[in-house]
Design a protein around this ligand. Structure first.
Ligand SMILES: [Zn+2]
Length: 267
C-alpha cells in the first residue's frame, strides 16, 4: 500500500486523530509534499528543488494568464489574483490540504500568494467551508492559508463569514449549478459586522474555478458594508474560454445593480 493510501485510510478511520497519527508516522519534513521524494536539509517548506521549479513555472504561467485575461469585475471587487495555475504540483498541494488534511501543504501555497503585490486591504477574511466538511478535515483550508499570510504581512485575520445553509460540494457541477448551489449561502456573522463595515477586505480561498464561491463570499461582505473586496486565491483553474469576462462575476454585477435599483441601500 502506498503512503498516500495509508494516509487516506488513517484520516477516514480516525478523523482528526488520523491526521495526528499521519503527522507522526509520515513527518512532512522527510518527504516532498509534491512528489514524495526524500528532502535535503536545505529544502524549505516541504518542497524539493524539482517541485519548487515546477511551482515557479505555475506561478509564471498564472502571471502571464492574468496579463492576458481581464476579469470584468462588479462594483466593489478590487481585483482577482491567484498565485499559481491550478495544475501539477499546485493541484497536488491543494488536494493534500483539502482531501488528506495535510496542514503543511498550506505554507508553500501561502508563500506563493505572498509574492503577489499586496493591495490596500486592512483585514483578511477566509472563505468559510461547510461545517460538516470542516469537522471532517479538522480545519478550514482557507483559514490555514490566511493565517500564514497574516503572519507574513502583519495583517489581522477575521473569520467573519459563515455558511448560513449547507451546500452540496461544488465539484462536478457546471457553472449554472454552482451558482444556484451557492445563492445566499453565506453571511457575515452578527459579531463581525462592526469590524467589516467600511473596511477594505482581502478575501482568501484555495482555488478559483468559476468564481461562484468567491463572488458569493464577496456579496456577503459587501452587503455587510465592506468598502471593497480583493480576491486572492492560491490557485486558479484556467477553464474554458479564458476570455475577457468572468461569467459569474459579471452576472453578479447585473443582479446587484438590479437589486440596487429596486431597494437602494441606506448606507
Ligand atoms: Zn518534489
Amino acid at each position: 500500500m502506498r503512503n498516500g493510501q495509508i494516509k487516506e485510510r488513517l484520516s477516514k478511520c480516525f478523523g482528526r486523530a488520523g491526521a495526528w497519527l499521519d503527522d507522526l508516522l509520515f513527518p512532512e519534513k522527510v518527504l516532498c509534499l509534491g512528489c514524495e521524494s526524500a528532502l535535503g536539509e536545505d529544502d524549505e517548506d516541504g518542497i524539493c528543488p524539482a517541485c519548487r521549479r515546477a511551482l515557479d513555472a505555475l506561478a509564471a504561467e498564472q502571471e502571464t494568464w492574468e496579463k492576458e485575461t481581464h476579469d470584468v469585475l462588479p462594483e466593489g471587487i478590487a481585483y482577482v489574483h491567484s498565485a499559481f495555475a491550478y495544475d501539477a504540483q499546485a493541484r497536488t498541494l491543494v488536494r493534500l490540504l483539502k482531501y488528506r488534511s495535510i496542514r503543511a501543504a498550506a505554507l508553500p501555497l501561502a508563500k506563493g500568494m505572498a509574492m503577489l503585490p499586496a493591495g490596500e486591504e486592512e483585514l483578511i477574511v477566509p472563505v468559510p467551508t461547510d461545517e460538516r466538511r470542516r469537522k471532517r478535515r479538522g480545519f478550514n483550508q482557507a483559514t490555514l492559508i490566511a493565517n500564514h499570510l497574516a503572519v507574513m504581512w502583519g495583517m489581522p485575520v477575521l473569520e467573519a463569514l459563515v455558511r448560513v445553509r449547507p451546500c452540496a460540494p461544488q465539484t462536478g457541477l457546471n457553472e449554472q449549478q454552482r451558482r444556484e448551489n451557492l445563492v445566499d449561502s453565506m453571511a457575515v456573522s452578527m459579531r463581525s459586522v462592526g469590524q467589516i463595515r467600511r473596511k477594505r477586505v482581502l478575501l482568501i480561498d484555495d482555488v478559483y474555478t468559476t468564481g461562484s464561491t468567491a463572488a458569493e463570499a464577496a456579496r456577503a461582505l459587501l452587503d455587510a458594508g465592506a468598502m471593497s473586496v480583493g480576491i486572492l486565491t492560491a490557485a486558479r483553474a484556467h477553464i474554458g474560454n479564458g476570455d475577457k469576462e468572468v461569467p459569474f462575476l459579471a452576472q453578479y454585477k447585473h443582479a446587484a445593480a438590479a437589486e440596487k435599483r429596486k431597494k437602494p441601500r441606506n448606507t
